[in-house]
Design a protein. Sequence first.
Lengths: 166, 701
Amino acid sequence: MVLAALLVAAATLADLEVALQPAPGRLTVQMAVGSKLPDDWTQGLSAGAPVSITYRLRLYRNRRWLWDLRLASHELVVKAQRDPLTGVFSLVSELDGEILASGQADTLDEAIFWVTHPPSAELALPLRHEPLWLFVRAEFLTRYKLLVIPSTVGTDWVQKAVPESP
Amino acid sequence: MSDWRRRWQRYRRQNRVLVGLYLGLLVLTGAGFALFSRLSGLPSEDLTNRLLLFLLWWFDLTLIAVVLFIILRNLLRLAMERRYGILGARFRTKLLLSYLALSLAPTVVLFVLGVSLLSRAAASWFAAPVEGMASASVQLAEGVRREAEARTSRAAEVIARRLSELDGDAARLAELERLHGLLGNHLTTLYRGGVPVVELVDPRQRPLVRVPPLEGAALRSSGVRGERHAGTLVVRGWQVLNDGSVVLVGEALPPSLVKAQARLAAAGAAYERLKLDRPTITATTVLGFGGLALLVAFAAMWLGLYFSRRFTAPLLALAAAARRVAEGESLEEVPLPAEDEVGLLVSSFNAMARRLQAREDELQAAVRRLRTVLNAIRTGVLTLDSGRQTVLANPAAAALLGTPELVDTPQLLDVLAGSFPRLVESIRSATSGFRGSLTLYPTGVARQVEIAVVALGTEGQVEGWVVALEDLTQLLRAQRQAAWSEVARRIAHQIKNPLTPIRLAAERIARQSERRSPELPVVVEQGCAAIVEHVQAMQEMVDAFARYAKFPPLTRRPVQIGEMVQHVVALYEGVRPGVQVQCSDGSGGREVLIDPEQFRQVLTNLIDNAVEASPPQATVAVGVQWEGDEVVFTVTDEGTGLPGEDTEVLFQPFYSTKGRGSGVGLALVQRIVTDHGGTVRLENGPRRGVVATVRIAGEQR
């Protein structure tokens, strides 16, 4: 019971929701940030500063006797900026530097929803002989501890086992 | 050692390799990170920030590592040097700690002050007035837009309400045109079915001519929208009528106003971006100042160590050279160039070293010459320390004593005590200038050795002793053979002299007997008398020979020498008329270890000769006195003096210038004196006569 309660609590406390949809040779990843974004990030966006959320996706091959082998590393960057003249939020999502989607939002909430629910990313999957794991994390901004030690503000790493394709 | 190896060691000493490696790694790492970041598709601004931060981090961390390495290495090295007592370690420790304190303390203060000042400066950038201005600029831009949105929405609403009250297209179009002019709209459009059917545009607002129509989805409900178009901001508000048609009113803000708004908005956005980057700016500042401070500390420390080595090297080299000299090594010059006072000290030290080296070379040469002489001479030489505990021998002495181990290394004198107790006793008890003779048995064969002991150094401070051993065995044997030859010759001569008259007397008796001469009884009487006389002379000669040959050994005892001399002289009172024997006693009543019977024989023989050689009415002076550690006897006569030949011959047995006597008197004198370790000498007096001088070592009591 206690373990179940802990698992439920962990599930409800999850900052980043990740849904995987396997296909032959491909993996569709749908992410959603469930936690509240940092205030300075939100204020910067509403004030017209260009902000972004970087989703890091790392695909590992789980090996039994050796350390896990990283097969691929991807970055999904969702950028947002408000035009103070028009009040419109410009939104762009890029996967590994390639524009994946773009759009506009008229309100801050729409813009935040857009960046916290980025378009799904399709990753190439290699031929598998061993289990694959996907690690995903969302990074909002960088702060510094003791003035000089960089510390990334974001969600924890979410580990998902890549299911077999149907 | 190869040239490359020398270069490598020099470079390593100067830490150039370390610095080169550091800079090379810095450049390589920075370039690699830049390439990696560029490949990751980062924006140029982020790339610059990350690269700058990374380089600063790298710079700071490596500088911290280098500074810590230098400090720890030098501290460790100094600790080891102090542990092993290497010269100069304490001095260098003090210098290093002083440099550390002098360099690190100001650097830390400078770093703290600089970071504080820059942090305050950065905080001032984000002060409330700036924040307010930035916020106001954004609000102003939005306010203008919202004002335009309100105007267009209100105008669209008014027109829509009016058109709803009218029936017929003609009336509506007329009213639309009237209100467009009346309200001063820039753009008035009537949509029906999602398609603009009427569009009225103020001819002064050309950008509105090419504004694309709103999409159908947006026209399903009333709304307002601002859009950038042709360098200006176009605000459009629309209102849906009851029949589904839409009235849209548009307004184009003046381009100059829009440009100003755009600049304000851009400034505000840049400010917000800057605000988001504030932690990065602070970190960059701190890291930059930290790197600068570390660089200053590193440079100060390096220079301090370099100069401390440069300043202390000549002094430490001097101290090390002096220490080596103190430990017994040879004096050497210090090969360190210096031009200041230390240089003067070094040059003075080198001059002193050269001078002392020259003296040492001369001394070494003298020692080599002395060693060569000692190795070459046939006289054995023993050298002893001041306490006469250890002994070193030259090859001749080692061969004489049969102890070759004494040549190379000094040995205790006790090693000779077992084989040569008398020699060791003589060496230990002898005073400087002692001379004597010993019979040694190094290999079971007797060897006659003359020994002389001399002290080295001054009288008050004896630095060592030298013992000379002269092997007189061969010489004495040769002298003995020569003496026996001479003795045989003289005995033959002595025997031959009486034989002739004996033979002549016998022949005369024989002739007178053959002739039956009446003088035969007289001749027989005379001949027998002559024969008896000469045979008696021969008997005396044989007795003297026997006395000389059977000379008894010495029996020493303490004797008051002055008293003994007076007793002997008293025996000669009136022995010869006209000759007076006088005694002068300067012995002071002290005693001497001698054989009194034999020494009385010496005095008797010398006084006999003096009395016999003296003319009538002469005086024989006999004296005894001390000269240092020697007791000196003198017997002076007033005769004709020495015959002018070698005086040594006078001491040979059976040699006589008197034409009578056995000729063993002076020989006995010399033998007795020599057995006492003394000397006897005959020489002419200052005016006339002969002075006989006997010296013996005064073992006074």
